[in-house]
Design a protein around this ligand. Structure first.
Ligand code: PHE
Ligand code: NA
Length: 502
């Protein structure tokens, strides 16, 4: 008989876990620059519009699919309509890819917590990162298996810790880890932001971030950036919120809970914007240049700009420890949610216990992640996987799932009724219009745009062979594999029942 399913012990634990998933690298190293680059203070308007017209509606869509079926993504879609099962397997593939490379960034952040004490990077953090730390090889040489010990050791530790958390289960592992890390993250991050505001030049940075450029509102790409940020930042559309919501108690206010998570995530983005630009303002002032010359995002911000700031600012070590620990904790609670999607899916399909499912999932991912990321070719494999899975995996899966559910199996009214039977904030026609009308238009427009750009010029000028394997090839394999797997029968003993357990 199917094994009994676990869940979160309370709505509070769910909220911590959902915030833990949502608050990640996207908040800390992506949002500040996206806002700065797309109108500064004026960006708040498209950003809020995107949150209200697509972010929250899609978040509720994820919640209701998981909560109604009380199942992992593949089984949840199977229970909605057998024809939609492939979407769940697609989600599994997307999370597999993200897990492989996300662990590497956590490994780097862990190293840089330690380097913050020694200022290991000397006076040239860029050269240190590429040559000494990552030992990046020439992309033209393809994938190498030259291991870099400085990454190998921390990435293995990350995977062992993840295996422990996951095998402890939904409540004692995932739930408690988030109850522990999220308050810690909030305290450390507020400390970092407060301290950054005391640095010389902080206000120049804030001025650069918040001065509104109202003309940005007339540019379509600014709106696309806002929707893109909201989708990425809320972790919606690829199975994570479906899985977490499946662990909520039967009688839970879904929309009220979702609104708390959504606004908490945005609050953290705003906080990160203030902290990051205060620090960049210091860096620019110290160098006697404009903020525009130092403003960046992603790896360049975290592993080049911040080391520079850490070396130059009074109390730099404290800034470093707070900043890189924040990255590490925010990222760790996100990767927990990524791996949970896969562990839950395998548990459902094969009717496995928690520990077995964890081993079956974490062991292969950890090995692939270590082989691909802890070598001298790790950086560009990461860069390609990240770009393609975000652009085509996540956006396309979001678009297809809405389209299939709204138009092919016409399930939106059923989902709306499920939400409204237990939520304080009722969803009506407007929710369905936003979901079935506005969201697909925006996702479709972004997809076509990215596709054209990537066809016209190879991403970052990487060799075609690398892009064909880790970019286009990966994207196609994910979709094809999902469709094939969805056609395979379920073991008789599994939780394949089309109705959720009573
Ligand atoms: N939503 C997270 C962020 O904003 C990122 C994330 C990506 C989380 C993928 C889970 C899965 O940083
Ligand atoms: Na986020």
């Amino acid at each position: 008989a199917p094994k009994k399913r676990e869940g979160f012990s309370s709505r509070k634990v769910f909220i911590f876990a959902a915030i833990g998933s949502a608050v990640g690298l996207g908040n800390i190293w992506r949002f500040p620059y996206v806002a700065y680059d797309n109108g500064g203070g004026a960006f708040m308007i498209p950003y809020l519009v995107a949150l209200l017209t697509a972010g929250l509606p899609f978040l509720f869509f994820d919640y209701v699919i998981g909560h109604r079926a009380r199942a992992s993504s593949p089984l949840a879609f199977r229970r909605l309509n057998r024809k939609t099962e492939f979407i769940g397997w697609w989600h599994m593939g997307i999370n597999f890819i993200i897990a492989v490379y996300y662990a590497a960034i956590l490994a780097w952040a862990a190293r840089y917590v330690i380097y913050s004490f020694t200022h290991e990077w000397g006076d040239d953090p860029a050269t240190f990162l590429m040559t000494d730390f990552l030992q990046v090889s020439d992309p033209a040489a393809g994938v190498t298996f030259d291991f870099v010990p400085g990454i190998l050791i921390p990435i293995m530790i990350i995977w062992v810790l993840l295996a422990v958390v996951m095998s402890l289960g939904v409540q004692k592992g995932v739930g408690l880890a988030n109850i522990f890390f999220i308050p810690l993250l909030v305290v450390m991050f507020i400390g970092l932001v407060a301290y950054s505001l005391t640095l010389n030049g902080a206000w120049t940075g804030l001025d650069a971030l918040f001065t509104p450029d109202w003309s940005a509102l007339t540019r379509p790409e600014v709106w696309v950036a806002a929707y893109g940020q909201i989708f990425f930042s809320l972790s919606i559309g690829f199975g994570i919120m479906i899985t977490y919501a499946s662990y909520l108690k039967k009688k839970t206010d879904l929309t009220g809970t979702g609104a708390v998570v959504g606004f908490a995530n945005s609050g953290f983005e705003l906080l990160a914007g203030i902290g990051v630009f205060a620090a960049l303002g210091f860096m620019a002032t110290a160098a006697g240049i404009g903020v525009s010359e130092v403003a960046t995002s992603g790896i360049g911000l975290a592993f080049i700009a911040f080391p520079t700031i850490i070396s130059q600012a009074p109390g730099g070590t404290l800034i470093g420890v707070l900043f890189f620990s924040s990255l590490l904790f925010a990222g760790f609670t996100s990767i927990i949610s990524i791996v949970e999607v896969i562990v839950a899916g395998i548990e459902d399909k094969f009717n496995l216990g928690r520990v077995r499912s964890t081993l079956l999932v974490v062991l292969p991912i950890a090995i692939i992640s270590t082989l691909l990321m802890a070598t001298t070719s790790g950086l560009f494999v990461l860069d390609i996987l990240d770009n393609f899975v975000n652009q085509f995996g996540i956006l396309a899966a979001g678009l297809v799932s809405i389209f299939v559910v709204a138009y092919l199996v016409r399930a939106l009214p059923t989902l709306r009724d499920h939400i409204n039977a237990r939520s304080s904030w009722k969803m009506g026609k407007l929710w369905m219009i936003l979901l079935a009308g506005v969201t697909p238009l925006i996702l479709g427009y972004s997809l076509v745009n990215t596709f054209i750009t990537l066809m016209n010029e190879p991403y970052e000028g990487y060799p075609a062979e690398m892009l064909n394997i880790f970019g286009w090839g990966m994207v196609v394999v994910l979709l094809v594999a999902a469709v094939i797997i969805s056609l395979l029968p379920w073991p008789k003993t599994s939780r394949a029942s089309l109705t959720p357990p009573a």
